[in-house]
Ligand binder design. Structure first.
Ligand code: MF3
Ligand code: CO
Ligand code: CO
Length: 275
Protein backbone atom coordinates (compact mmCIF):
# COMPACT_ATOMS: atom_id res chain seq x y z
CA UNK A 1 0.00 0.00 0.00
CA UNK A 2 0.97 3.64 -0.36
CA UNK A 3 2.12 5.28 2.89
CA UNK A 4 -0.79 7.35 4.12
CA UNK A 5 -3.18 8.11 6.93
CA UNK A 6 -5.27 5.16 8.00
CA UNK A 7 -9.07 5.02 8.07
CA UNK A 8 -10.94 4.76 11.37
CA UNK A 9 -10.52 1.25 12.75
CA UNK A 10 -13.09 -1.19 14.10
CA UNK A 11 -14.16 0.21 17.50
CA UNK A 12 -13.85 -3.05 19.51
CA UNK A 13 -10.80 -4.41 21.35
CA UNK A 14 -7.59 -2.84 22.59
CA UNK A 15 -5.38 -0.43 20.67
CA UNK A 16 -1.75 0.29 21.58
CA UNK A 17 -0.61 3.89 21.96
CA UNK A 18 0.47 3.70 18.30
CA UNK A 19 -3.08 2.73 17.31
CA UNK A 20 -2.19 -0.91 16.60
CA UNK A 21 -4.99 -3.38 17.35
CA UNK A 22 -4.30 -6.26 19.76
CA UNK A 23 -6.44 -9.24 18.76
CA UNK A 24 -7.69 -12.05 20.98
CA UNK A 25 -6.25 -15.59 20.57
CA UNK A 26 -9.70 -16.68 19.30
CA UNK A 27 -9.41 -14.20 16.43
CA UNK A 28 -6.46 -16.00 14.82
CA UNK A 29 -8.80 -18.64 13.39
CA UNK A 30 -10.67 -16.17 11.15
CA UNK A 31 -7.37 -14.86 9.80
CA UNK A 32 -6.19 -18.39 9.07
CA UNK A 33 -9.33 -19.06 7.03
CA UNK A 34 -9.03 -15.83 5.03
CA UNK A 35 -5.29 -16.29 4.54
CA UNK A 36 -5.70 -19.88 3.43
CA UNK A 37 -8.25 -18.98 0.75
CA UNK A 38 -6.02 -16.22 -0.66
CA UNK A 39 -3.05 -18.61 -0.70
CA UNK A 40 -5.06 -21.40 -2.37
CA UNK A 41 -6.10 -19.01 -5.10
CA UNK A 42 -2.46 -18.05 -5.65
CA UNK A 43 -1.57 -21.75 -5.86
CA UNK A 44 -4.23 -22.36 -8.50
CA UNK A 45 -3.68 -19.28 -10.66
CA UNK A 46 -0.07 -20.35 -11.13
CA UNK A 47 -1.21 -23.04 -13.56
CA UNK A 48 -2.56 -20.32 -15.88
CA UNK A 49 0.62 -18.23 -16.00
CA UNK A 50 2.23 -18.85 -19.39
CA UNK A 51 3.40 -16.94 -22.45
CA UNK A 52 0.32 -15.76 -24.38
CA UNK A 53 -1.94 -15.49 -21.31
CA UNK A 54 -3.40 -12.06 -20.58
CA UNK A 55 -3.26 -10.65 -17.06
CA UNK A 56 -7.00 -9.98 -17.45
CA UNK A 57 -7.60 -13.73 -17.84
CA UNK A 58 -5.65 -14.40 -14.64
CA UNK A 59 -7.75 -11.78 -12.84
CA UNK A 60 -11.00 -13.28 -14.20
CA UNK A 61 -9.97 -16.65 -12.77
CA UNK A 62 -9.22 -15.05 -9.38
CA UNK A 63 -12.52 -13.17 -9.30
CA UNK A 64 -14.47 -16.35 -10.12
CA UNK A 65 -12.57 -18.37 -7.53
CA UNK A 66 -13.27 -15.79 -4.78
CA UNK A 67 -16.97 -15.82 -5.65
CA UNK A 68 -17.11 -19.64 -5.81
CA UNK A 69 -15.70 -19.75 -2.28
CA UNK A 70 -18.50 -17.48 -1.07
CA UNK A 71 -15.91 -14.83 -0.17
CA UNK A 72 -15.43 -11.24 -1.32
CA UNK A 73 -12.57 -9.49 -3.06
CA UNK A 74 -11.20 -6.67 -0.90
CA UNK A 75 -9.79 -4.81 -3.88
CA UNK A 76 -12.93 -4.52 -6.05
CA UNK A 77 -14.33 -1.11 -5.18
CA UNK A 78 -11.35 -0.20 -2.99
CA UNK A 79 -10.63 3.48 -3.73
CA UNK A 80 -12.16 2.96 -7.16
CA UNK A 81 -10.05 -0.11 -8.02
CA UNK A 82 -12.02 -2.50 -10.26
CA UNK A 83 -10.14 -5.81 -10.14
CA UNK A 84 -9.78 -8.87 -7.90
CA UNK A 85 -5.97 -8.75 -8.05
CA UNK A 86 -3.00 -6.56 -8.80
CA UNK A 87 -0.68 -8.06 -11.42
CA UNK A 88 2.70 -6.37 -11.67
CA UNK A 89 4.88 -7.46 -14.59
CA UNK A 90 8.70 -6.98 -14.80
CA UNK A 91 9.54 -3.34 -13.89
CA UNK A 92 6.08 -2.76 -12.38
CA UNK A 93 6.70 -2.57 -8.62
CA UNK A 94 3.11 -3.01 -7.43
CA UNK A 95 -0.56 -2.20 -8.14
CA UNK A 96 -0.34 -3.28 -11.78
CA UNK A 97 -3.84 -3.32 -13.30
CA UNK A 98 -4.89 -6.54 -15.08
CA UNK A 99 -5.48 -5.93 -18.77
CA UNK A 100 -5.47 -7.36 -22.31
CA UNK A 101 -1.68 -7.39 -22.74
CA UNK A 102 -0.28 -10.90 -23.19
CA UNK A 103 2.64 -12.28 -21.22
CA UNK A 104 5.87 -13.00 -23.10
CA UNK A 105 8.36 -15.78 -22.46
CA UNK A 106 10.58 -14.74 -19.55
CA UNK A 107 8.20 -12.18 -18.02
CA UNK A 108 8.15 -12.25 -14.23
CA UNK A 109 5.05 -11.10 -12.41
CA UNK A 110 3.67 -10.55 -8.96
CA UNK A 111 0.05 -11.49 -8.31
CA UNK A 112 -1.46 -9.90 -5.19
CA UNK A 113 -4.83 -11.08 -3.89
CA UNK A 114 -6.81 -9.89 -0.88
CA UNK A 115 -10.00 -11.71 0.13
CA UNK A 116 -12.55 -11.14 2.87
CA UNK A 117 -13.85 -14.28 4.60
CA UNK A 118 -16.44 -13.76 7.36
CA UNK A 119 -15.14 -10.21 7.76
CA UNK A 120 -11.44 -11.17 8.05
CA UNK A 121 -8.90 -9.99 5.44
CA UNK A 122 -6.29 -12.28 3.89
CA UNK A 123 -3.65 -10.43 1.84
CA UNK A 124 -0.81 -12.20 0.03
CA UNK A 125 1.28 -11.98 -3.10
CA UNK A 126 3.99 -13.94 -4.78
CA UNK A 127 6.10 -14.12 -7.93
CA UNK A 128 5.50 -16.18 -11.08
CA UNK A 129 7.32 -16.61 -14.37
CA UNK A 130 5.83 -17.02 -17.84
CA UNK A 131 7.97 -19.68 -19.51
CA UNK A 132 11.71 -19.46 -18.91
CA UNK A 133 13.15 -17.81 -15.81
CA UNK A 134 16.32 -15.81 -16.53
CA UNK A 135 19.24 -16.08 -14.09
CA UNK A 136 19.03 -12.45 -13.01
CA UNK A 137 15.26 -12.62 -12.45
CA UNK A 138 15.72 -15.83 -10.50
CA UNK A 139 18.28 -14.18 -8.22
CA UNK A 140 16.02 -11.15 -7.67
CA UNK A 141 13.07 -13.39 -6.83
CA UNK A 142 15.12 -15.55 -4.44
CA UNK A 143 16.55 -12.53 -2.63
CA UNK A 144 13.10 -10.94 -2.33
CA UNK A 145 11.57 -14.13 -0.96
CA UNK A 146 14.45 -14.63 1.49
CA UNK A 147 14.13 -11.01 2.62
CA UNK A 148 10.46 -11.57 3.48
CA UNK A 149 11.32 -14.72 5.44
CA UNK A 150 14.15 -12.91 7.29
CA UNK A 151 11.69 -10.16 8.17
CA UNK A 152 9.25 -12.76 9.47
CA UNK A 153 12.00 -14.37 11.56
CA UNK A 154 12.43 -11.05 13.36
CA UNK A 155 8.77 -11.10 14.46
CA UNK A 156 8.39 -11.87 18.18
CA UNK A 157 7.07 -9.94 21.17
CA UNK A 158 9.74 -7.54 22.45
CA UNK A 159 11.32 -6.94 19.05
CA UNK A 160 10.29 -3.79 17.16
CA UNK A 161 9.04 -2.97 13.69
CA UNK A 162 12.47 -1.42 13.04
CA UNK A 163 14.01 -4.86 13.64
CA UNK A 164 11.83 -6.27 10.83
CA UNK A 165 12.79 -3.47 8.44
CA UNK A 166 16.45 -3.80 9.34
CA UNK A 167 16.45 -7.58 8.74
CA UNK A 168 15.04 -7.02 5.26
CA UNK A 169 17.10 -4.00 4.26
CA UNK A 170 20.47 -5.26 5.50
CA UNK A 171 20.03 -8.56 3.65
CA UNK A 172 18.81 -7.01 0.37
CA UNK A 173 21.51 -4.35 0.26
CA UNK A 174 24.23 -6.94 1.00
CA UNK A 175 23.06 -8.61 -2.24
CA UNK A 176 23.51 -5.25 -4.04
CA UNK A 177 19.80 -4.85 -4.65
CA UNK A 178 17.52 -2.10 -3.30
CA UNK A 179 14.44 -1.91 -1.08
CA UNK A 180 11.51 0.22 -2.26
CA UNK A 181 10.69 2.95 0.29
CA UNK A 182 7.49 4.34 -1.24
CA UNK A 183 5.23 1.40 -0.28
CA UNK A 184 4.97 -0.57 2.92
CA UNK A 185 3.17 -3.37 4.72
CA UNK A 186 0.24 -2.61 7.00
CA UNK A 187 -1.86 -3.76 9.89
CA UNK A 188 -4.96 -5.73 8.89
CA UNK A 189 -7.66 -7.90 10.45
CA UNK A 190 -11.28 -6.85 10.13
CA UNK A 191 -9.95 -3.98 8.00
CA UNK A 192 -7.74 -3.94 4.91
CA UNK A 193 -5.23 -1.28 5.90
CA UNK A 194 -4.68 -0.29 9.54
CA UNK A 195 -1.73 1.04 11.55
CA UNK A 196 1.16 0.59 11.57
CA UNK A 197 3.03 1.27 8.34
CA UNK A 198 5.34 -1.76 8.18
CA UNK A 199 8.51 -0.36 6.61
CA UNK A 200 10.88 -2.72 4.82
CA UNK A 201 13.92 -0.75 5.94
CA UNK A 202 14.95 0.65 9.29
CA UNK A 203 17.21 0.60 12.31
CA UNK A 204 17.21 -2.08 15.00
CA UNK A 205 15.25 -1.22 18.13
CA UNK A 206 13.27 1.62 16.53
CA UNK A 207 9.53 1.84 15.91
CA UNK A 208 6.64 0.33 17.88
CA UNK A 209 7.29 -2.79 19.95
CA UNK A 210 5.71 -6.03 18.70
CA UNK A 211 3.01 -7.53 20.91
CA UNK A 212 1.12 -10.82 20.85
CA UNK A 213 -2.15 -10.36 18.94
CA UNK A 214 -0.91 -7.87 16.34
CA UNK A 215 -1.90 -8.80 12.75
CA UNK A 216 -0.02 -7.24 9.83
CA UNK A 217 1.51 -7.84 6.43
CA UNK A 218 5.15 -7.84 5.43
CA UNK A 219 5.47 -7.28 1.68
CA UNK A 220 8.95 -6.17 0.60
CA UNK A 221 9.46 -4.85 -2.92
CA UNK A 222 13.03 -5.28 -4.14
CA UNK A 223 14.60 -3.74 -7.26
CA UNK A 224 17.65 -4.87 -9.23
CA UNK A 225 18.44 -1.18 -9.78
CA UNK A 226 17.62 1.94 -7.80
CA UNK A 227 14.77 2.10 -5.25
CA UNK A 228 12.85 5.07 -6.70
CA UNK A 229 9.37 4.52 -8.11
CA UNK A 230 6.78 6.56 -9.93
CA UNK A 231 3.05 6.07 -10.40
CA UNK A 232 1.74 6.08 -13.98
CA UNK A 233 -1.13 8.27 -15.26
CA UNK A 234 -3.68 5.53 -14.42
CA UNK A 235 -3.03 6.54 -10.76
CA UNK A 236 -2.26 2.95 -9.72
CA UNK A 237 0.61 1.32 -11.61
CA UNK A 238 3.88 1.91 -9.74
CA UNK A 239 7.07 1.33 -11.78
CA UNK A 240 10.79 1.58 -11.12
CA UNK A 241 12.05 4.97 -12.32
CA UNK A 242 15.13 3.35 -13.87
CA UNK A 243 13.01 0.57 -15.51
CA UNK A 244 14.93 -2.08 -13.56
CA UNK A 245 13.25 -5.37 -12.67
CA UNK A 246 11.26 -5.46 -9.42
CA UNK A 247 9.92 -8.33 -7.30
CA UNK A 248 7.65 -8.66 -4.26
CA UNK A 249 6.34 -11.31 -1.86
CA UNK A 250 3.67 -10.72 0.80
CA UNK A 251 2.43 -12.69 3.80
CA UNK A 252 -0.22 -11.81 6.37
CA UNK A 253 0.94 -12.82 9.86
CA UNK A 254 -0.12 -12.74 13.50
CA UNK A 255 2.23 -12.26 16.46
CA UNK A 256 2.13 -15.12 19.00
CA UNK A 257 3.66 -15.50 22.48
CA UNK A 258 7.03 -16.55 21.10
CA UNK A 259 7.04 -15.68 17.39
CA UNK A 260 4.35 -15.51 14.75
CA UNK A 261 1.92 -17.53 12.68
CA UNK A 262 1.81 -17.06 8.90
CA UNK A 263 -1.82 -16.95 7.75
CA UNK A 264 -1.05 -17.12 4.02
CA UNK A 265 1.25 -20.15 3.72
CA UNK A 266 0.77 -22.02 0.43
CA UNK A 267 -1.30 -25.17 1.07
CA UNK A 268 0.42 -26.72 -1.97
CA UNK A 269 3.90 -25.62 -0.86
CA UNK A 270 4.24 -23.46 -3.99
CA UNK A 271 4.85 -20.02 -2.51
CA UNK A 272 8.13 -19.60 -4.38
CA UNK A 273 8.51 -20.15 -8.17
CA UNK A 274 11.35 -22.63 -7.77
CA UNK A 275 9.29 -24.74 -5.31
N1 MF3 B 1 -3.06 -5.96 -1.78
C1 MF3 B 1 -2.38 -4.68 -1.79
C2 MF3 B 1 -1.59 -4.60 -0.51
O1 MF3 B 1 -0.78 -5.46 -0.31
C3 MF3 B 1 -3.30 -3.53 -1.92
C4 MF3 B 1 -3.97 -3.47 -3.22
S1 MF3 B 1 -5.08 -2.18 -3.24
C5 MF3 B 1 -5.62 -2.17 -4.85
O2 MF3 B 1 -1.75 -3.79 0.36
F1 MF3 B 1 -6.65 -1.40 -4.85
F2 MF3 B 1 -4.64 -1.76 -5.61
F3 MF3 B 1 -5.95 -3.39 -5.19
CO1 CO C 1 -0.81 -5.76 1.74
CO1 CO D 1 -1.41 -7.36 -1.07
Amino acid sequence: MKRKEHPVDDPRGRLTKDGIRIHEPSEFEGMHRAGRLAAEILDEVGDLVAPGATTEALDDFIRGRVEAAGARSATIGYRGYQHASCISVNHVVCHGIPGPKTLKDGDVLNIDVTVIVDGWFGDTSRMYVAGTLSRKAQRLIEVTHDSLMRGIEAVRPGNTFGDIGHAIQSYVEAQRMSVVRDFCGHGLGRVFHAPPNVLHYGRPGTGPRLEEGMFFTIEPMVNLGRPETKVLADDWTAVTRDKSLSAQFEHSIGVTRDGCEIFTLSPAGRFHPSM
